[in-house]
Design a protein around this ligand. Structure first.
Ligand code: PLP
Length: 400
């Protein structure tokens, strides 16, 4: 069949007609265990009753009004995000890249508003991924994504992953901020040591820099805490969120302290759809569930179980799995075999997972999974590893 979609993705020949919790049902009736969650989006799985109720109820009232008027659902969501984090103020948008754009603008504008418009440079880390707009591509610094798209947006300085000395050396009179994902998702589930985040906080305080966390992938419970930064005991000045915040409804957010956001006055930024009643009503429904007492305890409990069972598989299949990494339900299987082979083998066994850098397969199940879903996933991964290890074995010489 000829597709009229711009072919920017290499898609599997698979389409789904509905979902139930952690399951996706293909249009041929086959059931897939969804440990990809639309790349860390479907935090409550598919067709969660609370989200369906919120969306359909709001759809009958008002879908969209412009930001020229007050939007009570957005005010409520902003208030709850601030109450649960370091932040005082929130800007809503529609995606992770846009949340990051706002974070970059906020960090630079802070310095301009403080009388230092020359402070524009943002230090980022190798392996980072911050989105596909021109500025966020420049922030990510990955050649393969930048090639052919003209001049690279200026003002980003990249240093090796979690390298403190290189970070210190990169700081100068034009530095505005340090930008980091507490766990690199696309980069291969590379966990930044909490001590490194604490060192960054200190560097930022000493040099008057903004500390910016990209929590587009780690935010809203994914790591077992509401936000990934929480395990470090320090907080950023600015943070980008998206993905899980809408549980599948597109929404992004840039959170900031009042001080860091002081330059973002009326007219400095905007988004037509950002924070509209539909999106923010669903965002509030996501928070109702994720913030309920005990919810993240379950995430942490199943995470531990999943990690233990994956470690057993690593020991049993050393020719397939090199390492298990990650926090909460942002887990990575670092493969010996090509990670694409692992993703395909899992899909053959009716499980969805997502490739990442560093030859890693990401497991990003919805946070609502229980022990039975963990057991199901382990038997699927076991079968996939058995097949891959068979294939990885050197061919036995033919008998003479
Ligand atoms: N930042 C991080 C850490 C991400 O993982 C992503 C997407 O994968 C983005 C930003 C960009 O988000 P979006 O695709 O919603 O623009």
């Amino acid at each position: 069949m000829v597709s009229h979609l711009l072919p920017t993705y290499s898609r599997a020949d698979l389409a789904f007609e509905r979902g139930e919790g952690p399951w996706l049902i293909a249009n041929n009736g086959e059931r897939y265990l969804d440990f990809g969650s639309g790349v860390a989006v479907n935090v409550l799985g598919h067709a969660h009753p609370a989200l369906v109720e919120a969306l359909t109820d709001q759809a009958q009232k008002v879908w969209h009004v412009s930001n020229l008027f007050r939007i009570p659902e957005a005010e409520r969501l902003a208030e709850r995000l601030c109450a649960a984090s370091f932040a005082d103020l929130v800007f809503f948008c529609n995606s992770g890249a846009e949340a990051m754009e706002c974070a970059i603008k906020t960090a630079r504008k802070y310095h301009a508003a403080s009388g230092h418009p020359e402070r524009v440079d943002i230090i980022t880390y190798e392996g980072a991924f911050h989105g596909r707009t021109l500025a966020t591509l420049a922030a990510g610094g990955q050649k393969k994504y930048l090639e052919g798209f003209g001049p690279v947006a200026g003002g980003f300085i990249q240093v090796p992953f979690a390298d403190l000395e290189a970070t210190k050396k990169a700081i100068g009179p034009t530095t505005a901020a340090i930008l980091i994902e507490p766990i690199q998702g696309e980069g291969g589930v590379r966990v930044v040591p909490p001590q490194f985040l604490r060192e960054l906080r200190k560097l930022c305080d000493d040099h008057g820099l903004m500390l910016v966390f990209d929590e587009v992938q780690t935010g809203i419970g994914r790591t077992g805490d509401l936000f990934g930064y929480m395990r470090s005991g320090i907080a950023p000045d600015i943070m980008a969120l998206a993905k899980a915040l809408g549980g599948g409804f597109p929404i992004g957010a840039c959170l900031t302290t009042a001080e860091a956001g002081k330059g973002m006055t009326a007219g400095t930024h905007g988004s037509t759809f950002g924070g509209n009643p539909l999106a923010t009503r669903v965002g509030n429904a996501v928070l109702d569930v994720v913030l309920a007492p005990g919810f993240l305890d379950n995430t942490r409990k199943v995470s531990l179980l999943l990690k233990q069972r994956l470690a057993e598989l690593k020991d049993r299949y050393p020719s397939v799995i090199a390492e298990i990494r990650g926090e909460g339900l942002l887990l990575g299987i670092c493969c010996v075999v090509p990670n694409g082979d692992m993703v395909a083998a899992l899909r053959n066994e009716k499980m969805l997972a997502i490739a990442a850098g560093d030859n890693v397969v990401r497991l990003l199940p919805p946070l609502i999974i229980d022990e039975a879903a963990v057991a199901e996933s382990i038997s699927i991964i076991d079968r996939a590893c058995a097949k891959l290890s068979q294939a990885a074995k050197p061919a036995t010489p033919a008998a003479v």
